[in-house]
Design a protein around this ligand. Sequence first.
Ligand code: MF3
Ligand code: CO
Ligand code: CO
Length: 268
Amino acid sequence: MAFRDTSSKIIIKTIEQIEGIRASSILASQALKEIEPFVKPGASTEYLNSICAQFIKDNGAIAATLGYHGYPKETCISVNDVICHGIPGKYELRDGDIVNIDVTTILKGYFGDTSKMYLVGEVPEHAQKLVKTTKECLNIGIQQCIEGNSLNNIGYYINKHAVANGYSTVYEFCGHGVGIKFHEEPEICHIAEKGTGPLLKPGMIFTIEPMINAGKARSKVDRKDGWTARTIDGKLSAQFEHTICITKGEPYVLTDIEHAYPIPTDIF
Ligand code: MF3
Ligand code: CO
Ligand code: CO
């Protein structure tokens, strides 16, 4: 099958750019950590957004989503059947909700993009399993981020794991190159054909952000707000996102602040 060769448009970042993107990525991840104690029953998504917005501002950065193609808020907050691009608003979290918060920062001109799931109060086991499997899907995708590997192996193995657990993979929203701009080449599909796409090279930076659905894969965008993407069948959806830099060795997860990565000196 023919595919579009976009490898020539993929920016190979310099060490200086990688360091800048890393700093922005750390800040975005810290916002997700900062917000954690506030994600409780009764908290409105607007309130959670305002805390993240303040944190980003206090650290000398800009929230990349605000005004992006007219998007009105500093974060995306997607609850239950919302796949992505949920607009923070009056909705108050309830016991049993699962919620994704997605933060994109611009620090000194560099973009960092990450999201994770939060469990609100007591969450039913089937929802917990979806969240756990989605995190595994992201990690499986990251394991494919090895120099010389085909880009689409990321999506191939992500979808394989989702299907093995009885879930489906959203194909209408993808990961993306990131760092100098919000959305750069290449597109990272989370369901893809094995062995296709450009080959991974050191200095490439992109997100992996699988959206995994409990039911059907299809999404529908809210007609009124033009953003909120929901599952077509009303079933749950989960998502995790990291920003990854390809190196000549192990993948460098720029938005991971849990494991204290040193800046690899051997990226190239
Ligand atoms: N942060 C999202 C991503 O991971 C993009 C949000 S764009 C917005 O790509 F306009 F909806 F905020
Ligand atoms: Co992204
Ligand atoms: Co994001």
